[in-house]
Design a protein around this ligand. Structure first.
Ligand SMILES: [Cu+2]
Length: 371
């Protein structure tokens, strides 16, 4: 028995040392974190929503520090007591009923911490989930997910939903950079969850219920051809660089020869059959440009479903394109000329059962539900 206790103590000790090593590495990264960017400590995807993303990350940071401290305190005590009160000759076990004082202390302290947290996060919660921007100040987009795809709708030139000039897309969400985006959503079938990891947005989408999210994308995702990796740049940087876009060049995804980890390496490569492509330079479109003349290729983020919504759940993802204002306007124009993708379900389901979801609550009376 004594041997088993020693072994347990040894294993727990090893675990604690490993955990402390991890914590030290984490604290080192944490030191790099700034008020604007708390992501450095967390290994989370880069935050590009400076409207409130850094506040979400900061809350994660505070809660992690709290939880980690309590973890080391309690596991340390456990380890110490296991050693101190181990079975050995000449020591008789005693029966302890418990201590009311101790019980009160370790109930009251966590309760106070939780109450403090509830108040400390209140402002951030209200900013994200309650204080939505006015529809006239935001780009309003509707989302209507179903098993297993993301349907989006834009109001078109008349700025009204449920009219003939609406633009609908499937698995493509295109937004302008540095603008407030307001997404109004409901589900066509089961519960889904609208998840934009880089924007710190996650919100359930529930059938028969209107839920909303708002955010600002302050960076544009591009692919750095020299580093062969995704980077995020500002609107000003975007305009100062040469950016390949459209179906310019070849996007490859392959496992490198001899790589036993089986990790796919993504890269853009020059297509021998089509060595030139379309490039944006200073906001102007230049055609037939050489691959070598380009700094970045326009890239995208991901829209994921964060609710296990059925067997095809893992395939339920959409592209998130973030564009400078002029490119966004060009995209809207292009999209309104194209045949709308999956437009029918919007008119036969959304507009029929949820006409009130189309109205701007600031300017129009909300129609009774289902009318
Ligand atoms: Cu889903």
């Amino acid at each position: 028995m004594a041997r088993a206790a020693r072994l347990t103590a040894l294993l727990l000790g090893c675990f604690l040392i490993l955990a402390m090593g991890g914590a030290a590495a984490w604290a080192t990264d944490g030191a790099k974190a700034t008020q604007e960017n708390w992501t450095a400590w967390s290994y989370m995807p880069e935050n590009i929503n400076f409207a409130y993303g850094q506040k979400t990350d900061y809350l994660y940071f505070v809660i992690m520090v709290l939880v980690a401290s309590i973890f080391f305190l309690t596991e340390g005590l456990l380890l110490w007591f296991m050693w101190k009160y181990r079975a050995r000759a000449g020591h008789k076990a005693t029966y302890v009923h418990g201590s009311n004082t101790l019980e009160v202390i370790w109930t009251v302290i966590p309760a106070l911490i939780l109450i403090w947290l509830a108040f400390a996060q209140r402002g951030t919660w209200a900013e994200i989930k309650q204080d939505f921007p006015a529809e006239k100040d935001a780009v309003v987009i509707q989302a209507f997910p179903e098993q297993f795809q993301w349907n989006f709708r834009y109001p078109g030139a008349d700025e009204k939903f449920g009219t003939k000039d609406d633009i609908t897309t499937v698995n493509v969400l295109t937004i302008p950079v540095d603008r407030k985006i307001l997404i109004k959503m409901t589900s066509k079938d089961v519960i889904h969850s609208f998840f934009l990891p880089n924007l710190r947005v996650k919100q359930d989408v529930v059938p028969g219920m209107l839920t909303k999210v708002w955010f600002v994308a302050n960076r544009i995702p591009v692919w750095d051809l020299k580093k062969q990796q995704m980077v995020f740049i500002t609107d000003a940087e975007f305009k100062a660089k040469r950016i390949g876009f459209g179906s310019t060049w070849r996007w490859t995804s392959a496992v490198a020869e001899g790589d036993t980890t089986n990790q796919r390496k993504l890269s853009y490569e020059k297509n021998p059959k089509k060595p030139t492509g379309t490039v944006l330079a200073g906001g102007k479109v230049e055609k037939e440009q050489a691959f070598e003349s380009v700094d970045y290729v326009l890239h995208r983020c991901e829209v994921a479903c964060a609710e296990l919504c059925g067997l095809g759940h893992t395939k339920m993802r959409a592209m998130l394109n973030i564009l400078p204002a002029d490119r966004y306007a060009a995209w809207i124009e292009e999209a309104s000329e194209e045949a709308a993708a999956g437009a029918e379900k919007w008119t036969t389901i959304w507009d029929k059962f949820h006409p009130d979801y189309n109205a701007d609550p600031a300017t129009a009376a909300v129609a009774p539900h289902g009318k």
